[in-house]
Design a protein around this ligand. Structure first.
Ligand code: UDX
Length: 459
């Protein structure tokens, strides 16, 4: 099949690469010429600058020029296309959380003008891959009709990839969801995904446009609600009732096959480009049809509260004063194995610490320093000048009075020894991911420890 992937962000690039592995002729298209030029080199560092995903470079290196091509000129690649995957940004409107389709509408109108002029009039399916509100595929059809595009179909094929494991999951997804209106469009997509159609393990689901769109929203809001349940209920039981061990609580509860282990790890909130945006959008979509959205609002609020509450606990429960203190923040990306800082709780943590008058923040992350420098550009907020960046956790801890473990990078598990070698008590460790298993020994040597899911522990 000849496939065009529009938009070479995280979703588009992974999709294009994995499709090219299956022998399709894939054209990854983007209006950003600089990005296209960098991807076309096939060089790891130029690709990783934009999308840092384990395994992705290897695929691009192997298929580039053979099955995978990059272009910023849609007209030159449109002839003979069977499917056009739309992997476009769909940001939130800051006021009400609704999805802003402004960019999507403008981009699809431009694409329609090009497709309309193709000489080859074979059927082409426009496929929404990015998360878009229920009803958007039908709205896309209206846009294409209004531009008089001939012989086309529309489809919804939501993406469920998690960052860091996207390539593995794209090669072996739990499910492939396809929403279409016409059998001929289902047929084209069965050809695109032929390796998954009769798979023994993968669920290949064909349904209506709107159901496919809804599956994505329900899945993501369910996952966030589950995380919020553990943060809002499990963690609080561990924090308020003496002798409740949160890790044993988690193991005991998730021993039931019906209750997932994923999501049961209490944390200082879930970040990333999807959860917050999708739940805000679904709340907005449901409110518009007069549905009570209290449950979703609670999930969202618990998650937002969780992002900075360790700092509040340090003040209220441990009597800690942040004014003029030096604080190390370890982990800046929204989770391990990525440089992505979209909706990372570390942003709120750092803003909150700066608001409490800290003298200096020493920041460290194994992958996200460059992203962090852009995120905390002092022209956005003069207080960001107080942030220094370090190459190792040890260097970041040096000279600080307290530290905040924000993300679940594996290297933070061995941190107690580094802390003890580098910083002397009195010293406060705030652990947003419960990364220090031997914390009791640290406390016996004079360190204060405050973790999600546990009471404050002082020497
Ligand atoms: C998520 C969904 O998993 C994916 O299906 C969807 O397509 C996009 O959104 P992603 O954003 O890459 O993927 O991250 P994920 O691994 O799901 O983690 C999201 C956040 O939840 C992270 O901040 C993570 O650290 C946090 N988390 C996860 C917890 O706090 N506790 C857990 O037990 C699991």
């Amino acid at each position: 099949m000849k496939i065009i992937v529009v938009g070479t962000g995280y979703v588009g690039l992974v999709h294009a690469a994995v499709c090219s592995e299956y022998g399709h002729e894939v054209y990854a298209y983007d209006i950003d010429e600089n990005k296209i030029n960098e991807f076309s080199t096939g060089q790891a560092e130029k690709i990783e600058k934009h999308v840092n995903e384990p395994g992705l470079n290897n695929i691009i290196r192997e298929t580039l020029g053979k099955y995978l091509f990059f272009s910023s000129d849609l007209e030159s690649i449109i002839e003979g296309a069977d499917a056009i995957f739309l992997c476009l940004p769909t940001p939130s409107n800051p006021v009400d959380g609704s999805t802003n389709l402004g960019f999507y509408d403008a981009a699809t109108a431009d694409i329609a003008e090009v497709v309309k002029k193709r000489k080859d009039k074979r059927r082409v399916v426009f496929v929404n891959k990015s998360t878009v509100p229920i009803g958007t595929a039908r709205h896309l059809k209206d846009i294409l009709d209004s531009h008089e595009v001939q012989n086309f179909g529309v489809a919804s094929n939501p993406e469920f990839l998690a960052e860091g494991t996207a390539v593995v999951q794209a090669r072996l997804p739990d499910r492939v969801v396809i929403g279409c209106e016409h059998e001929e469009d289902f047929k084209i997509l069965r050809m695109v995904y032929s390796q998954f159609v009769n798979h023994v393990r993968i669920k290949y689901i064909e349904t209506t446009l709107e159901t496919a769109e809804a599956i994505k929203y329900v899945a993501n809001t369910m996952l966030l609600t589950y995380i919020s349940f553990w943060n809002g209920v499990g963690a609080k039981i561990g924090e308020k009732f003496p002798n409740v061990k949160i890790d044993d609580l988690r193991i005991g509860v998730t021993a039931d096959d019906r209750i997932s282990t994923w999501g049961s790890f209490v944390s200082n909130g879930a970040g990333g480009s999807c959860f917050g945006k999708d739940i805000a959008s679904l709340i907005h979509q449901l409110r518009r049809v007069n549905v009570n959205t209290k449950m979703l609002e609670a999930s969202y609020e618990v998650n937002e509260y969780q992002k900075v509450y360790l700092i509040e606990r340090a003040i209220n429960e441990a009597g800690y004063k942040f004014n003029n203190k030096n604080v190390a923040v370890l982990g800046l990306a929204f989770k391990k194995h990525t440089n992505d800082m979209r909706d990372a709780s570390s942003i709120k943590v750092i803003e909150s610490l700066l608001g409490k008058g800290v003298a200096k923040i020493n920041a460290y992350d194994p992958l996200a320093i460059e992203t962090a420098k852009e995120t905390f550009e002092p022209s956005k907020n003069i207080l960001f000048e107080k942030i220094d960046y370090f190459q190792t956790a040890k260097e970041a801890i040096k000279g600080t009075d307290a530290l905040f473990i924000y993300s679940d990078c594996e290297e933070f598990r061995g941190l107690s020894r580094t802390i003890e070698e580098t910083a002397k008590p009195p010293y406060l460790v705030m652990d947003g991911r419960r990364m220090i298993p031997d914390f009791e020994e640290m406390i016996s040597r004079g360190y204060s420890y405050l973790a999600v899911g546990s009471m404050v522990m002082k020497p």
